[in-house]
Write a protein that binds this ligand. Sequence first.
Ligand code: IPE
Ligand code: IPE
Ligand code: MG
Length: 235
Amino acid sequence: MADLENKITVDERLGHIAFIMDGNGRWAQKRMMPRTYGHKHGAENFKNIVRYCGDIGIKAVTVYAFSTENWGRPKNEVDTIMNLLSQYLDTCEEEMKIHNIRYKFLGDMSVFTPELRKKIEHVEELSKDNGLLLNVALNYGSRAEIVHAFKVLAAEGKREITEEDISGALYTAHCPDPDIIVRTGGDIRLSNFLLWQAQYSEFYFTDVLWPDLSPSDVDEIVREFYRRKRKYGKV
Ligand code: IPE
Ligand code: IPE
Ligand code: MG
């Protein structure tokens, strides 16, 4: 880590950061606004934070955008999130060009409309040679992901199953495990996010609500990461 003139940059030790983007609803409620208002601001901030992570040299960012359990929310909230997603996908082409983003969507996309899936596939294909990997976990649940991986391995007729086989059959097969998992919004849990991949991830929990997370908060996360000593079970 270099902190020249207050500009933080990272090295290969911090290649992959993951965010549980939590607290949109409470952010809106604090302003006497509907929860959906928080999702709009959360979506805006997501773009800012991803760009900032790229600026400081992080190679891969994973965000938890919508869980397999989030379908249980009121219909108008789910509809708003899906509309935001669709609007976001429409702006992706510009984002990917300006910020060199390579998009990957993690989760079971089969539940989405053919139109939305086409957009997702288009964005992934168009950005596949870009540099900054952005994994968007969407209709994602870690247990569902693990079950899916086992089904893939079973269909291949695998008998001797290794850890590498399982990692390679997960939605995250294309990238290393996260070095740090950040959760905003004050709750201290994973909520079905990257259970397998979190094996030796560092964890960072903050009370800051997602729409308020700022570049200087990211700087503090980076500084805290470099204060940690990762031991991987060794001495
Ligand atoms: C996270 O914010 C965004 C999604 C889960 C889609 P929340 O909507 O969970 O916000 P809080 O936790 O209720 O404040
Ligand atoms: C986790 O947040 C999911 C996302 C951020 C997309 P939730 O708000 O759904 O998690 P719980 O319900 O508080 O555990
Ligand atoms: Mg929440």
